[in-house]
Structure formats: structure tokens, C-alpha cells
Design a protein around this ligand. Sequence first.
Ligand SMILES: O=C(O)CCC(=O)C(=O)O
Length: 263
Amino acid sequence: MKLNWNISCIQFDVKQGLVEENMDKAKEMIGKAVSAPHKPDVILLPEMWNTSFTKSVSSLADAYGEKTKQFILEMSKIHNVHIVAGSISEKINGEVHNISYVCNPDGEFIADYSKIHLFQLMYEDRYYVGGNGIGVFELFGVKAGMVICYDIRFPELVRKLALEGVKVLFVPAQWPDVRLQHWRTLLMARAIENQMYVVACNRIGSSERENFPGHSMIINPWGEVITEAEDKETILQTKIDLKLVQTVRDTIPVFEDRRPSLY
Ligand SMILES: O=C(O)CCC(=O)C(=O)O
């Protein structure tokens, strides 16, 4: 089991509908991240990092994720790194999912997660079908979990992941600047109440309707922001010590003190 991880969030501007351009950008930034002095063990990309949200989603969605999976598997293997691949549009039996893939340095696909809660305010529910399972997987023998963007508004989902043993939560997002305060507050709350690390990667740039502020963040199990990006292209890097999760849980034994029979 490895308890000290270097993490990098790759924060960039996702160009709407321009799959090749976005994949080239991701490739360039993954290359830069792994060449940095503290080479990451795990890289996180933003939500919808190769198409953004677009009305052409049905034609742009990757059939069974084949092209994206191949790209991510190759990047993981070449650079000897785990990649939590934000999310993309995957077409499965005619339905489109907002889905994430996790790959290991052997170039193996280890998990996927299809976003459960679709964001009606931006009509996500008209274009996508919600997933039916939670996102839990293992990295270096430690349980990690994933939710996507709007999912962080559902504390019961993240609590379920914590009860499954998750110690690090990955959150890819396309979160707009008008609700930046919600983004920061919700991420910190999820970290504090579940006493887990939260690693969150947001995009920058603009779509027709919204601006995206970045502010990717890595938060420790005390709820302290270890590092936070601004609104520029950034490789946000830090080291996390997984032993801190148990220290915090021993200090304030929230999981022991729960009384789920009452609520
Ligand atoms: O919950 C929010 O305010 C933003 C959610 C969102 O933009 C998304 O899930 O794509």
C-alpha cells in the first residue's frame, strides 16, 4: 500500500466540439505534468474534457468510449501514471452517458463511473442518461471514489462512498463562475464531513452561456485547501499523505458517532 501520492489536476480551456484539439491539449498537458519535478502518481482531467457540452453530443459521443479509452490507456502506459480521465460523452446502445475512466500505469482500464445526477438547469437530462452505480476503485491499495460536478450537491452520495471506505474523492467538473462560491463551499464541506481528501478539477474558458473560473482545488481531510488554482491554464500539483485521513477520523470520530437509525 502506498500512502504518499503526488497528484496533478490538469486545468485547461476545453474547446466545444473540437475533439482532436482537446485531445492534443490534454496530451501536451499530461506530458508537462509528468515532466515536473514532482512527477504525479495520479492525474485528474476536467469534466467533458474532449468535447465540452454541445448540442452535437449525439454525433460526437465516443461509441463505447473506444477512442478515448485507447488514448488514456496509452497516456497512462507511456508516462507510467494513473489517470482519472475527467469525463467524456460515451454512446452505449444508442444512449449517451457522461462517463469517466480510470487507468493504471500498466495501461489497464480499472474503473468507470457514469454521472448519476444530471444537471437540469443546463438541460443535461435531455442529452444524457444518468448512471446507475457509484464510483469506487482502488489506487495503490487505497479506496478512492469519484463523483462528477453537480454530484457534489448530493452529500448522501459522498457519504455512501465514505462508508464504502473511500479516502480520496476525485471530482471532475465544468462548474460556472456564477456559482463559484457553491463550488468552493460544497467541496470543503464534502471533505470536512467525510474526513477525506477531495481532489477537484474544473475547466477554464467560456461556452455560449457560461464562463468557467477554474479554481481546481485539493483539500485535506480537515477541510483545509492545500492548493487552489486561479482562472488560468494550470497544472495544479501537490503531495497528499493518506495517513492524515485516519488521524482526522480518530480525532473527531464522526463515523463512530453517527446514529443512522434516527435519520
Ligand atoms: O451544480 C452546479 O451549480 C453546476 C453543475 C454543473 O454545471 C454540471 O454538473 O455540469
